[in-house]
Design a protein around this ligand. Structure first.
Ligand code: VGL
Ligand code: ZN
Length: 206
């Protein structure tokens, strides 16, 4: 790690859940491999936040909730464009559970997001209507955090949106590239890497 971890640093571990790892509905590869380095890294942080994508059944971000809609297409929602996903991370399901090897005892705060039936939330800070706050900003501020290290899944969706919002909320922000796994939907990874770099997110290896 090229950074000295300070008491004013937070580690934000995004959506390391079964549905986003090997064997999950997205068929992503790489989730299993990031778990143990994330666990090791978390021990050096005074503030560790984990997020959990946590949708009610029939959530509006699921293609299955819209007639004739295919997963991985985009529709317009009242709050803007929304990618439709396979059913995933349904509250109470195995897919919504954290990866079994993720050290949950390392977390000081776990934020569940995407819980409202008609609103998605990629970011750990603000839901996709870009108005509804999760409270993470206030939590981090009141703990004296000034810098956020972000890792987890998916690099080009929830990780990127969280990193961009961290910058937006005035935090120095570092993406731990080797501890993040992407979906990469039609160029979304390249697009979000450009967006993050442009916004001032630093890209590092843990
Ligand atoms: C995510 C798609 C749908 C993510 C969550 O964690 O990046 N992606 N829900
Ligand atoms: Zn989701």
């Amino acid at each position: 790690m090229q950074f000295d971890i300070q008491p004013s640093d937070a580690l934000i571990i995004v959506d390391v859940q079964n549905d986003f790892c090997e064997g999950g509905v997205f068929g992503l590869v790489g989730g299993n491999a990031i778990v143990s380095p994330i666990n090791a890294l978390a021990r050096s942080f005074s503030t560790v936040v984990m997020t959990q994508d946590f949708h009610p059944a029939g959530h509006s971000s699921f293609a299955s909730s819209h007639p004739n809609a295919e997963p991985f297409t985009e529709i317009d929602m009242p709050y803007g464009p929304q990618v439709l996903w396979p059913d995933h991370c349904i509250q109470g399901s195995h897919g919504a559970a954290f990866h079994p090897d993720l050290d949950l005892d390392a977390a000081h705060l776990i934020i569940r997001k995407g819980c409202q039936p008609t609103l998605d939330s990629y970011s750990a800070f603000v839901e996709n209507d870009r108005t509804t706050k999760t409270g993470l900003d206030g939590y981090l501020r009141s703990r004296g955090v000034s810098r956020c290290f972000v890792c987890g899944i998916a690099t080009d969706f929830c990780v990127a949106w969280s990193a961009l919002d961290a910058v937006e909320h005035g935090f120095e922000t570092v993406l731990l590239r080797n501890l993040a796994v992407e979906i990469d939907l039609e160029g979304s990874l390249a697009e979000q890497m450009v967006a993050m770099k442009g916004a001032g997110v630093r890209i590092a290896e843990a």
